[in-house]
Write a new protein. Structure first.
Lengths: 434, 423
């Protein structure tokens, strides 16, 4: 598919967690206790049979190990790199309970899935043609997982993606020290390798193709369009050096950015996108990078393990501080006017002050765009998220949904699980009469 | 794909060569059915005979790097469940799993008892019988088990009784508690056995409780010798299987047992002549679920090597197992350390210095030790202790001598290369 350019700014980043060598992988896999009914499996949203895939590395059956992973999670390669394993599988390893270092499940998963990509092992074939057609809206992890499972059952699948790259935020958003965009594209190719998935890039739904057109051409629809654009504080319009963080991340992941004049950068927010952004700015060479958050260090929404790593890289936090407006000079922000906040994040009167900056990234969340489905009667939207039952079915027959646009913004692995399970539900729906 | 794992051991057919050995994992119908669901191709039922009374505790284990059970020992006897119950469950399993192999292990004393128990086993639907001539504790004191397996004449006589009464294939399970396994395999063959299984457990004392001074497993203030099994016994079992497989007089199929923990171990038994492979200890320690990897690993290996069916693999390594006197004394290799991957632990150096021929020396210019190739005898101790895969390679030296074995040398005066490191 459309390969991302080679000269991307993100290319300067090395892997934060290095790949295992063979001997490291074997040593770590032999340390695994091969627990029964293991808690790590329950902690994985796609419930990969972790003890089994690890034992297979230890016995030298790396091919079987990769298959065990992909059987549950076709995006197992990217998940191995981008999953916050510290709060998922690794966080639940039984070794934690006796204060021993937990098994490095993510690194082992990367070892097995990288080996599969390297060797070109293919495990899945499309099922016999059912004559049924499914449209997947969005080309991110949720749709890719759904599309692959649907092809295993023999349904024909078309992905509608408004960008000219596939992979969703896995390609355009995740931190390059976890995974760079070209690796996400390798995964897209791997998923599409099952054959028979048609991809329409640069097509926005319902702008370019209406819901009515889709419903007349397809037997079922899967919604996987993710979240919308960055939210803003207010007053950013026309300021050339203030950007939405997700937007800025996409720019340097897919192309070049010039930060040569930037000495002091501020990132507004305290979630994981904010932490990614400060680490990324440091990695791109900005010397003074500060994260401005209205709560305390302990209360931030971002993962503590990520913030710890950011601090090690030389980033600073500005706590109990909330942005209100920008100091502007000739179309550029020169600083952010802030107020202090108290323990309950309320503004402290008379505490206004300005923090100077020559680049500001706003990372206070992404808009939810459930209103996209306004033309689909019966599909409910709450707080901007599409409402479904546990299987992924919306209130309208034949319409299913998964990923960020349903869960409000979780992780790649949640999108993979919801996409896969929705495909199961779609399959049951399509074959119901037979 | 397209690899056929179907196994045929003396006419006992199973969808793959992996069987549960006669032991606790094959103690009851519910267990065996769960095992078949997990993927096991066959099961040798826990030995039936006159039900016994067991002691507690029953097991002991050797721990190695925190991993309990590298070596395992038991003082358990044959089944303690009523025979009717066992036979009812065997029939039930066979009804529900007609394609899987159920082999019934038997141990009784008199000719009449053998007739009776064989009839009942066959009535229950047994695909084969395994005569337990191997149990090294408790039963042998009652004149059964290894007491039979250690006496070729008794072995042959009882085997011939069983063959007289049986219509399904009969395997004789041999005991490793003998000096040379071959006469015992041949005795079973003379008795008419359709095949043999080996090994049963090895007489052992697994350890002593250093506080109470009572050996393990402790039964109150006492213990007794038990049967040793698990990963640690595999080399002994492999040798016994191979000794029979390569003996020209021995020509019945073998079911290999002893220390199998994964597909690689199982494959070694198959390569040395086993048509099926039985597992006890590893299942006791980790459960039936290990079989998925065993099937997949074996299939993948066969695909990679271009084998389509199991019989193409059975015994493939037997021809390469020769007598010492037929090894080429002029074949010369030396150790080479890869300076790029060496991590400088110096384990090769201390091993060679203290345990071999003092030819690995410190490197004045770096962390990687240097091999004095003129002195290296090519023993490969350094390669064994090196923690980095492929860092130490044993490389062939062209010394100009034509191959010559000890037998060639003694019989025909073939020239031998000068000895190395023998000063
Ligand atoms: C900066 C950032 C870093 C992140 N880092 C991590 C991480 O390290 N680990 C992790 O697990 N998760 C991370 N996440 C979250 C993760 O990326 C998402 O949860 C996941 O990508 C959701 O997948 P999805 O398929 O639901 O949506 P997306 O990945 O957003 O994919 C949706 C796709 O739909 C397309 N689309 C949108 N609207 C339309 C339309 N109208 N018509 C057609 N196509 C449309 C979009 O272009 C996009 O390609 C991160 C998120 C962000 C923002
Ligand atoms: C607890 C225990 C009970 C056993 N009981 C029997 C038995 O009843 N009959 C028998 O033939 N072998 C019995 N064995 C021996 C096993 O079948 C097998 O031959 C031996 O353990 C070697 O295989 P392993 O290394 O895979 O355990 C027993 C072994 C153990 C550990
Ligand atoms: S393994 Fe089961 S039967 Fe044996 S001692 Fe423990 S609880 Fe009791």
């Amino acid at each position: 598919m459309g390969r991302v350019p080679a000269d991307r700014a993100e290319a300067v980043f090395e892997d934060f967690k290095a790949a295992y060598s063979l001997q490291q992988a074997i040593a770590e896999s032999e340390r695994c206790l091969y627990c029964y009914d293991a808690p790590c499996i329950q902690a994985c949203p796609t419930t990969i049979d972790i003890p089994t895939f690890i034992r297979k590395i230890a016995t030298g059956n790396v091919k079987g190990s990769a298959k065990t992973i992909f059987d549950s999670n076709i995006l197992g390669m990217s998940c191995a790199r981008v999953c916050p394993v510290e709060v998922l599988c690794v966080g639940d390893c039984v070794y934690n309970r006796e204060d021993s270092p937990p098994i490095q499940i993510g690194k082992l998963q990367r070892f097995a899935t990288d080996a599969a990509f390297e060797a070109g092992w293919r495990f899945y074939e499309a099922g016999a043609d059912t004559g049924k057609k499914v449209a997947c809206i969005g080309g991110g992890p949720a749709s890719l997982a759904a599309a692959h499972r649907l092809r295993m059952y023999g349904h024909s699948v078309t992905i509608f993606e408004k960008r000219d790259v596939l992979g969703g935020l896995n390609t355009t958003g995740v931190a390059p020290y976890k995974m760079r965009a070209d690796r996400s594209e390798d995964e897209v190719d791997w998923v599409l390798g099952i054959g028979g998935i048609e991809v329409r890039l640069g097509v926005s739904v319902p702008g370019d193709v209406s819901w009515a057109e889709l419903e007349s051409e397809f037997d079922a629809i899967f919604l996987g369009f993710g979240l919308g654009p960055d939210k803003f504080v207010g007053g950013e319009e026309g300021l050339s050096n203030v950007h939405g963080a997700v937007d800025f991340i996409e720019q340097f992941k897919l192309g070049a950015v010039d930060l040569s004049d930037v000495k002091r950068a501020l990132v507004l927010g305290g979630g994981n996108t904010a932490i990614d952004a400060v680490r990324e700015l440091r990695g791109l060479g900005v010397s003074d990078v500060r994260m401005v958050y209205r709560g305390s260090e302990a209360a931030m929404a971002g993962y503590q393990h990520e913030w710890k790593a950011a601090k090690v890289e030389g980033v600073r936090g500005v706590w109990h501080t909330s942005p209100v407006s920008y100091e502007v000079d000739e179309g550029r922000a020169t600083g952010v006017r802030c107020v202090l906040t108290d323990e309950s994040k309320k503004k402290v009167p008379g505490s206004e002050h300005v923090i100077d900056a020559d680049l500001v990234l706003v990372a206070i969340g992404q808009a939810k765009i459930g209103e996209l489905v306004a033309g689909l009667d019966g599909v409910q939207v709450e707080w901007g998220c599409v409402v479904t039952d546990a299987s992924g079915a919306t209130g309208r027959k034949g319409v299913y949904c998964g990923g960020d646009c349903r869960n409000g913004g979780k992780e790649v692995v949640n999108a993979a699980a919801e996409g896969r399970d929705s495909a199961e539900a779609i399959h049951a729906y399509l074959m119901g009469g037979q | 794909m397209g690899v056929d794992l179907t196994s045929n051991t003396a006419g006992i057919i199973s969808p793959n060569p992996f069987w549960l050995a006669s032991a606790p994992p094959a103690n009851s119908g519910a267990q065996v059915m769960r095992a078949f669901d997990a993927g096991w191709g066959g099961a040798v039922w826990k030995t039936l005979g006159t039900p016994i009374q067991n002691v507690s505790s029953r097991f002991g284990a050797i721990k190695w790097k925190g991993n309990a059970g590298v070596g395992f020992n038991n003082i358990e006897l044959i089944t303690d469940r009523p025979l009717d119950v066992n036979f009812r469950e065997i029939a039930e399993v066979k009804k529900r799993y007609p394609k899987h192999a159920v082999i019934v292990s038997l141990m009784v004393e008199t000719r009449d008892e053998w007739r009776e128990i064989i009839k009942r086993s066959e009535d229950a639907g047994a695909d084969g019988l395994e005569l337990n001539f191997g149990c090294p504790h408790g039963m042998c004191e009652r004149g059964m088990g290894s007491a039979v397996g250690q006496e070729p004449a008794v072995n042959e006589r009882i085997t011939s009784w069983a063959k007289e009464f049986a219509t399904v294939p009969v395997l004789v399970k041999l005991t490793p508690n003998v000096g040379d396994i071959v006469p015992h395999g041949l005795a079973a063959q003379r008795g008419g056995a359709d095949g043999v299984s080996l090994i049963n457990t090895i007489k052992s004392i697994i350890g002593i409780d250093l506080d109470t001074l009572v050996p393990q497993p402790t039964v109150g203030p006492k213990s007794t010798n038990g049967g040793y099994c698990g990963a640690a016994v595999r080399p002994i079992a492999l040798h016994m299987v191979a000794a029979l497989a390569r003996d020209p007089r021995f020509n019945v199929p073998i079911s290999g047992i002893g220390g199998v923990t994964n597909w690689r171990d199982a494959l070694e038994f198959i390569l040395l002549g086993s048509s099926s492979v039985q597992v006890c200890t590893e299942v006791m320690l980790r459960g039936y679920r290990i079989v998925e990897d065993m099937i997949e690993g074996l299939e993948t290996w066969m695909e990679e090597k271009g084998f389509q069916s199991l019989d193409q693999v059975v015994g493939k390594s037997v021809p390469a197992y020769s007598e010492w006197g037929d090894l080429d004394l002029n074949y010369e290799i030396v150790a080479k350390i890869d300076a790029n991957t060496c991590i400088g632990c110096n384990r090769c150096m201390v091993a060679c210095h203290d345990g071999a021929h003092q030819c690995i020396h410190p490197n004045p210019n770096g962390i990687q030790p240097i091999v004095d190739e003129d002195e290296c005898v090519g023993c490969n101790l350094c390669q064994i202790v090196c923690p980095v895969p492929d860092c130490i390679q044993m490389v062939k030296v062209d010394n100009g001598y034509t191959p010559a074995t000890w037998n060639d040398h003694v019989n025909d005066g073939a020239a031998l290369r000068p000895k190395k490191g023998a000063h």
